[in-house]
Every structure is written in C-alpha cells, then in structure tokens.
Design a protein around this ligand. Structure first.
Ligand code: PLP
Length: 451
C-alpha cells in the first residue's frame, strides 16, 4: 500500500498539477479538486477525509464481487511469484491462459468456444474490428468491411472502439470514425419513441438495421455490434421486440453479430451473460470489467467455432497485445469466476437481490421528477423529467439536472452516475438488502434536494 501523509488539499493540488484524468473537465478539476479514494471493502469506499461512500456504480460497472476480496490478492501474489509474465505469441502459452480460456468456453453460451485475450474492453473491440474484417477476407469476400453500430452506444476509447461507439462528442475529437463504420439509431423509447408504443418503436428501430444494410449494400456489410443493454449511454433497455428482429436481420443477410458484454457480462443482468437474459446469439462476444471484477485489467473476445475455424485457416492473424492472456490477470480472472460460481453470486442476484432492488428502484417513479425507471438485473436507470405524461426534457441544458442530482448524491456519500438527464446505478452484485435500503434512502434524499 502506498502510504499518504499529506493533507487532502495538498494531494488534490498535486493531482490537478500532474495527473490528466480520463473523461474529466480539467479546468473544473483544478478549481474543485478530485475526491481521493483511499480504501474500499464490500460496497463501501473510504475517502481521504474518512467519509464512507456507498458505491452504487461498482467502480465503473466492474466490481462484481465487491471490494476487498483477499483471495484475489493472494492469487495475484502467488502468480507473480511463480510466473509474473510470459507472452502468448509465437507458439508459446502458459497454464493460467489455458485454464481461463477453457473456463470461459464452458461458461459462454452457444458455441463461443475460443478466446482471444486482450487488455481491456476497448482493445477487445479493436480486436473484433480486425477479426471480422480478416474473417471475410479469408472467406474471399474482402469487400465486406462495413460494421454497423448504434448512436449512443459505447464500445471504448481507442480509435477503433470509439468509432464503433456512437458518442458524437467523442467523434468530434481525433478524426473519428475510422472508415467503414456506420451507425443506426438507438432503441431509446423514452427519449425518442414519440407516439409509438414501445413495441412498435423497438421493431422500427431494429428495422433500421435492415434499411442500413440495404443502403450500404449487403455484400459490403461485415458485422453488427451492440450492447445487449446500452450501459454508458444511460442504461437503455430496448423494448422486447428489438433483439428478436435484430437477430432475424443478421441471419437473413449472413452478417456477424458482435455482442459487447463488457458491462452486461458476468452476472450483471442476472445470468452469466446479457445475451442469455435477452435471447441473443452472437458470433463474437466482447468481455472485460466483470471478468476480473476490476481487480486487474483484462479483456477478451469470445469467438464462435465457425469464426475461429475460418481465422485459423487463413494467413496468420497479425494481431495481439503484449499483455494478451497476462498470467496474473488470467489467474485473478479464474479466481473471480470461482467466487461467482461457488458462492452462487449470480443465482442470488437472479432469485433474490435483483427482484428486491427492482421493486425499490421502480418505486422511485412516485417522485415528482422521475419518469420511467428501468432495471434489468443489477443495472438500472431513471429518466428525470418535468412532465411524465409528455416525457419532456428539462428546458435547461441537457444533463444539467442529472449533473446536479449526481453531485447531490456524491455529497450524500452515494456514487450514482448521470448520463444527460438519466441517473444510473450498477452496484456490486454482492450488495445486501440493507445496503440497497441505504442506497435508496440516499438516492431519494438527493433527488429531493435536486428537485
Ligand atoms: N464496451 C462497453 C459496453 C463498455 O461499457 C466499455 C467501458 O465502459 C468498454 C467497451 C470499454 O472498456 P475499457 O474501458 O475497459 O476499455
């Protein structure tokens, strides 16, 4: 542990002077100073002033087994002593990578029996871009290069992943998107559904995929990518009609389906994978975050028998990262999966904790500012609105009320995120009912203060 003997204000000044934060307004940071988190246990964070903060976001949607699991620290230390690193390039491998690939093949649905290891969710999606394009090359259809994605989807921050993503603010910076990535609209009924029923809207938005395939030319389309539930876009849960129609369309045109499970994977939706909750059958699945419960960075692309067979039959796939299959990360991932499995964490989510959270979360719609409340498993959002009947947005700049509410939450020692005027939760899967009660007390108090 790195000891600290400096007062908070001094640490904040050093932080602002030397540390460039991701997704952070640097000017605001230098005026206000970042909150310094010093330790954590279960669902509780402690800051440098000794405040106990309830982490309603599981870090960044990743601490599925909660903080402070000694087993994970011990496994990492043991693996570092035995084999801290070796690569998996050029015909070499090691036991942790073999064991983890086998375990992921067992857990993954369908015939996703092959694993390409990456370092994060972003670079897993970069792997996917190159893999699907290489796949069509090997199949002698090199013109199939276009990947269709969704506005307001989030797939990461690298050039490739941010191009797949549909965050317009990100596209403005750095010359995105890269070529041959196109977007269709998202299935957000609350904000964009107009007079349609959710079912009509879900179908209409899915059919945009078919329209886009026809516009681009079916012979040019390589793949469609989507998050089973859009996370960073605001926990957007598609209407029930959406995914079956997407599935029908990708089958009809023979294009690959990539499910980005970076958030939805490893229990977040009440099953091992979001695809199982939503009945999606992907050819490739992106995983990261919950794979190691955030204890150490790791991502992976889980690949179907058919796609892997094609890739393996072609020229060497000239792609990989120094840390692909890193032995310490793989050992931690295996131990994390053991905890999830042997402690019945996901079964408990499905049968007990998610239904409890859902009832509490949905009760927030009695608040004057809360429109719809959506929740699947342990990821939920509420839409803030001045008029529930018309589903209107607040007149002030979009996101202002969300930001104010988030800041009230933080002041009340609760981490919740906001995306525009939606408030989001995604707590550790191990949260107790008493902690959910506490989360709701703090959320309601913060809503009252922001209202
Ligand atoms: N894909 C999804 C669905 C995500 O939510 C994220 C991160 O939040 C990523 C990809 C990127 O993962 P990473 O931040 O590990 O690169």
């Amino acid at each position: 542990m790195i000891e600290n003997h400096l007062p908070t204000a001094e640490l904040q000044a050093l932080d602002a002077a030397h540390h460039m934060h991701p997704f952070t307004d640097g000017d605001a940071l230098s005026k206000k100073g970042a909150r310094i988190i010093t330790r954590a246990k279960g669902v509780w964070l402690t800051d440098s002033e000794g405040n106990e903060i309830l982490d309603g976001m599981a870090g960044l949607w990743c601490m599925n087994v909660g903080y402070g699991r000694e087993e994970l620290a011990e496994v990492a230390a043991r693996q570092m002593r035995q084999l801290p690193f070796y690569n998996t390039f050029f015909q070499t491998t090691h036991i942790p990578a073999i064991a983890l690939a086998k375990k992921l093949a067992e857990l993954a649905p369908g015939n996703l029996n092959h694993v390409f290891f990456n370092g994060s969710g972003s670079d897993s999606n970069d792997t996917n871009i190159r893999m699907v394009r290489h796949y069509w090359n090997v199949k002698e259809q090199p013109e199939r290069t276009v990947i269709i994605s969704r506005w307001n989807g989030y797939h990461g921050s690298t050039m490739g992943a941010a191009s797949l993503g549909g965050m317009k603010g990100m596209h403005k910076q750095g010359g995105l998107p890269i070529p041959d990535i196109v977007h269709i609209d998202q299935p957000d009924w609350w904000s964009e559904g107009g007079d349609m029923t959710p079912e009509e809207f879900g179908l209409a938005r899915a059919q945009e995929l078919e329209a886009k395939i026809l516009e681009v030319g079916p012979e040019k389309v390589a793949a469609f990518i989507g998050e089973p539930i859009q996370g960073a876009g605001g926990v957007i849960v598609a209407p029930d009609t959406y995914w079956p129609e997407i599935q029908r369309i990708v089958k009809k045109y023979g294009i690959l389906l990539i499910a980005d499970e970076v958030i939805c994977g490893f229990g977040r939706t009440g099953n091992w994978f979001g695809c199982q909750t939503l009945g999606i059958e992907p050819d490739i699945m992106t995983v990261a975050k919950g794979l190691t419960s955030g204890y150490i960075p790791m991502g992976a692309s889980l690949v179907s028998d058919e796609v892997a067979a094609v890739i393996n039959s072609g020229d060497e796939f000239a792609h990989g990262y120094t840390y692909s299959g890193h032995p310490v990360a793989a050992a931690v991932a295996l131990e994390n999966l053991r905890i999830l499995e042997e402690e019945g964490v996901i079964d408990r989510v499905r049968s007990e904790i998610a239904p409890y959270l859902k009832a509490k979360w949905e009760s927030l719609t009695d608040h004057p500012m809360v429109g719809e409340a959506k929740i699947v498993g342990m990821m939920g959002s509420i839409a803030l609105t001045p008029n529930k009947a018309t589903r209107a947005a607040f007149a002030a700049k979009a996101g202002t009320i969300g930001l104010i509410t988030r800041e009230r939450c933080f002041a009340n020692n609760l981490v919740m995120r906001h995306v525009g005027d939606r408030m989001i939760i995604s707590p550790p899967l191990t949260i107790t009912k008493a902690e959910i009660d506490e989360l709701m007390v703090r959320a309601r108090k913060s809503l009252d203060e922001a209202y």
